[in-house]
Ligand binder design. Structure first.
Ligand SMILES: Cc1ncc(COP(=O)(O)O)c(C=O)c1O
Length: 414
């Protein structure tokens, strides 16, 4: 549920800044005066009498009713995230993928058309390109970076442009303002998956996007504890189209998970800065290593969209980098995969897991994990080769991380 006018706001100055909003936006304390936000683990709420219950169910009176669509802890998380993104409203979902599903089901109908970057997260490609096609919503996949391809893919039925920036795992940035112009000129919406940057680095609505998608599983929680998602955007669409669908379809966030994300957001900005600094240092070190063919990191001057990314991302590259281990040119895909596996298996600090956004640094082989369900053709279109390794840098000491990767890189055999 997004912002309900009948439910009071926290008394904050209107010009409170992001770091203050991150620790204070939500709901006023209960009569008990708790300083840390309460966790309301309850499936339903009690009404004083039958007539009040009827008015609340009919949406005539603002109140909490049933946790599938209204819960104070979830609302605190929604208000806080909306404030950080500079959005009118926010609706929390059970996962990042549920957020994308809710957005598409809530805004589109059979016959509508989506344009999506071909470099987005693998499950997003599956959902938009495969599952949604069953319901008559067609998706055209285009280059992440070539704005002309987005324009050329427009049809009279195009209702949504969907982008993710930077992308997983190659950290390609797209020009949010340029895509917003294309969408709006065609009467379509632009949605941006802001999972990699979080609002601490990038606020897509400021660049003209209409909706922001989050996997709260990543940096919003920040410690790899829960699966969560959210959509931020205009009040009219969230209240009018997404909240009613949530009420019927039920992809709601558990209040416990909402509470974890709510408290995670309190340290979001300092984590994003510290993790970005470590990621930059690691990327620079990898770029100089003789066994590394290429490093993908928006904070590096060698990144093709370095300037765009720095402009959109508050001058920071984020915490995810990818690199290709040398091998493909010498021995093809099989050798490249073997060498990438050797580097991953030689680590003792990095967690071998496809998740990202954790304080613990994670390492994965995208081709066989996050993008394993795609065809080789789809993977290659997204630039994901067998020698590619993704590292999501946490708060580990960066010298330990260098040593962890060096162990495998220095012992590579043909
Ligand atoms: C960019 C991006 N968007 C969306 C998702 C999906 O989020 P969730 O796992 O919370 O469903 C992920 C998950 O890795 C992701 O990396």
């Amino acid at each position: 549920m997004s912002d309900k006018p009948g439910i009071p706001r926290v008394d904050l100055p209107l010009d409170a800044r992001l770091d203050t909003l991150a620790v204070r936006e939500g709901l006023p304390a209960t009569p008990w005066g708790e300083n840390s936000e309460a966790l309301f683990l309850t499936s339903s709420f009690v009404h004083p009498d039958a007539a009040t219950a009827a008015a609340r169910f009919a949406n005539e009176e603002e109140a909490f009713v049933y946790t599938r669509f209204t819960n104070p802890t979830t609302m605190m998380m929604e208000r806080r995230l909306a404030a950080l993104e500079g959005a009118e409203a926010c609706i929390a979902t059970s996962s990042g993928m549920a957020a994308i599903l809710l957005l598409v089901m809530g805004l589109l109908k059979a016959g509508d058309h989506i344009i999506c970057s071909q470099s987005v997260f693998g499950s997003t490609i599956k959902l938009l390109g495969g599952d949604m096609a069953k319901f008559g919503v067609e998706t055209t996949f285009v280059s992440q970076t070539d704005v002309d391809q987005w324009r050329a893919a427009l049809r009279p039925q195009t209702k949504l442009l969907f982008a993710e920036t930077p992308t997983n795992p190659l950290t390609e940035a797209c020009d949010i303002a340029a895509l917003a112009d294309i969408a709006h000129a065609a009467g379509a919406w632009l949605a941006v998956d802001n999972c990699f940057c979080s609002p601490a680095l990038q606020q897509p609505l400021r660049w003209g996007a209409d909706f922001v998608i989050h996997s709260g599983t990543k940096y919003l929680d920040g410690q790899g504890r829960v699966i969560a998602g959210a959509i931020c955007g205009p009040q009219a669409e969230i209240e009018g189209k997404l909240v009613p669908l949530m009420r019927s379809a039920g992809m709601c966030l558990s209040p416990f998970n909402a509470w974890v994300v709510l408290k995670g957001m309190e340290t979001l900005s300092i984590r994003m800065k510290a993790q970005s600094e470590r990621a930059l240092a690691l990327a620079q070190w990898l770029e100089a290593h003789p066994q590394v063919e290429r490093v993908y990191y928006p904070g590096l001057a060698s990144h093709p969209q370095h300037e765009l990314a720095m402009r959109q991302q508050n001058g920071l590259g984020g915490a995810v980098l990818s690199f290709i281990v040398k091998g493909q040119a010498q021995g093809g895909a099989e050798l490249a995969r073997k060498r990438a596996f050797h580097v991953i298996d030689s680590t003792r600090i990095c967690s071998i897991t496809a998740n990202l956004g954790d304080t613990k640094t994670t390492i994965t082989h995208p081709s066989s994990t996050s993008h394993g369900r795609l065809s080789e053709e789809q993977r290659l279109a997204a630039g994901i080769t067998q020698g590619l390794i993704r590292v999501a840098v946490g708060l580990d000491d960066v010298e330990d991380l260098k040593a962890d990767l060096q162990r495998g890189l220095d012992t590579l055999t043909a």
